[in-house]
Design a protein around this ligand. Structure first.
Ligand code: SF4
Length: 507
């Protein structure tokens, strides 16, 4: 029979712990501790306290900041879990000097100080710059869509929300009627209690929607079209992602190519990244000017971005700023000869069953078009632009398509209500080769352009990979743009401090 060492759980032991010695040079916690104690000016947090002459002493912001950033670096995001870590984890005790703030203090600190967090972000960026970790040769911008503390079930245009409130009211009336009928019969007390609770819940929800509609104007996009509002967090947006639709924020980061330091991080409740390029780069410029690092960072540094940021307005703005930008468009990969063979490895696509433009009779002199069924189409676009090409658009009369026996061969979906449309592109020489979009295509398709753009992935993806997969950032826990923006900056701070620690710039 094997013999094991005895275990004595009834013994007493004193374990000497020196908190300072728990924080080892070269680690993230050392860099964090050193920055907060010696490098970063945290006076911006003072404005949140009013206890000079009255009230209890508050927790020092540097203690709370150390706790929160260390927790985020370990994938701990909830304030209750952070509170528990402060009681149980020796590293948390060492960083905070055994301060044990409760979860409410931690949550309030994170959500009420976005402006001060912005100042800390700038100060740490300055340290990165002074340590030579920022090369300023190329910046890359990208974004990720993350859910926040609001449900998409409470999203809709004002009309949709009003319809939802009416639907709730109808359900309440129906339940009340059934409840009264049950009452008259002599109700089952359990059932009655449950029904009353359900009715109260629906009434609360209906009141909430009505109050929202009363106090909030419809949310409009840049083209004046109404966007979906959200009753819980009006500043969040309904976002389409590769894994379905979420309610949340687009978190954007601008990253330097040398060591992937995040030089600007912002979160916005907008569905399109396109509209964020200008405001974020303007703020980046203002930040570099305020820190006295560069009067014109746009003109000094090259910028790369993927197709999500491609638009004529953005290209024009970048040209006006004299920024050497490389922005891909949706067909960038398709034009790349290195990907010419890629199609070979994809599963074969079913052949398009619908008629193609060449199956229509187009007369470029008379500008007329006749479909395979012999019906004349009408012209409704003389210069439509699709993927940078200009063409003339024809549409079939609805009355012709509806009874047509060739619908199955002509329309995308045999049951669709809209009629067939077809575009004939102008020959290449009639195109305007020097539009901004064409100029960018020529630039990015060149050997030099491809070489520069190929560095984008290795520049901007590592911070997202680090924060999302190593630090477990898969959702924001706050509501409201400013608060979410502050939380995103805290994560960007974790990334930058980690870089300072790893490159030996501190300690
Ligand atoms: S579906 Fe319309 S456009 Fe197509 S062949 Fe029939 S009539 Fe012509």
């Amino acid at each position: 029979m094997p013999r094991y060492k005895p275990v004595n759980l009834a013994q007493d032991a004193f374990v000497p712990v020196c908190f300072e010695k728990q924080i080892l040079p070269g680690t993230f916690e050392y860099a964090l501790h050193h920055l907060m104690e010696h490098k970063v000016d945290l006076s911006a947090f003072d404005a949140y306290y009013d206890n000079d002459n009255r009230g209890a002493r508050a927790y020092d912001p540097k203690v709370l900041l150390k706790i929160v950033l260390f927790a985020y670096s370990r994938g701990i995001i909830g304030s209750r879990r952070i509170e528990r870590a402060c009681r149980e984890n020796i590293q948390f005790m060492a960083l905070s000097g055994q301060a044990m703030p409760d979860h409410a203090t931690i949550a309030a600190f994170i959500s009420r100080s976005p402006e001060a967090i912005q100042t800390v972000f700038q100060e740490v960026l300055l340290v990165c710059e002074q340590s030579g970790l920022v090369g300023r040769e190329m910046f890359a911008i990208d974004g990720v869509k993350l859910p926040s503390n609001a449900s998409k079930e409470w999203s809709g245009t004002h009309d949709e929300l009003a319809a939802k409130a009416r639907k709730l009211d109808r359900a309440i009336r129906r339940m009340l009627k059934a409840h009264r009928a049950e009452d008259e019969k002599g109700e089952d007390p359990d059932l009655g209690h449950y029904t009353r609770q359900q009715i109260e819940k629906l009434e609360r929800q209906s009141r909430k929607i009505k109050a929202f509609l009363k106090h909030n104007a419809p949310k409009l996009g840049p083209k004046g079209k109404e966007r979906k509002s959200n009753v819980t967090d009006q500043e969040s947006a309904k976002l389409a992602t590769g894994k379905g639709v979420i309610q949340g924020y687009t978190a954007v980061a601008v990253t330097d190519a040398k060591h992937q330091i995040i030089v600007e991080a912002q979160a916005h409740g907008v569905p399109q990244e396109q509209e964020l390029l200008q405001p974020i780069l303007e703020d980046l410029q203002a930040q570099y000017q305020a820190l006295g690092l560069s009067p014109n960072i746009h003109g000094q540094t090259r910028l790369t971005a993927d197709a999500g940021f491609h638009s004529t307005a953005n290209l024009q703005w970048l040209e006006d700023e004299y920024c050497d930008a490389y922005i891909a468009d949706n067909r960038f990969r398709k034009r790349d000869p290195r990907f010419a063979e890629a199609e070979k490895y994809k599963p074969p696509k079913p052949l398009p069953k619908r008629f193609r433009p060449r199956d229509f009779r187009y007369d470029p002199d008379q500008l007329t078009c006749t479909c395979p069924a012999g019906k004349a189409l009408y012209r409704n676009g003389a210069n439509v632009r699709i993927n940078g090409r200009t063409g003339i658009k024809f549409t079939a009369p609805k009355s012709a398509c509806e009874p047509c026996h060739l619908r199955a061969k002509c329309l995308q979906d045999e049951h669709q209500k809209s009629p067939r449309q077809v575009v004939f592109f102008h020959p290449k020489e009639e195109q305007q080769p020097q539009s901004l979009i064409d100029k960018m295509k020529q630039k990015i398709d060149s050997l030099r352009g491809r070489m520069i753009y190929s560095r984008r992935l290795g520049t901007v993806e590592p911070p997202f990979g680090n924060l999302r997969y190593h630090k477990g950032l898969n959702r924001f826990t706050l509501r409201g743009r400013k608060k979410v923006d502050g939380q995103w900056k805290l994560y960007a701070l974790v990334h930058n401090i980690e870089k300072l620690a790893h490159y030996g710039a501190i300690g």
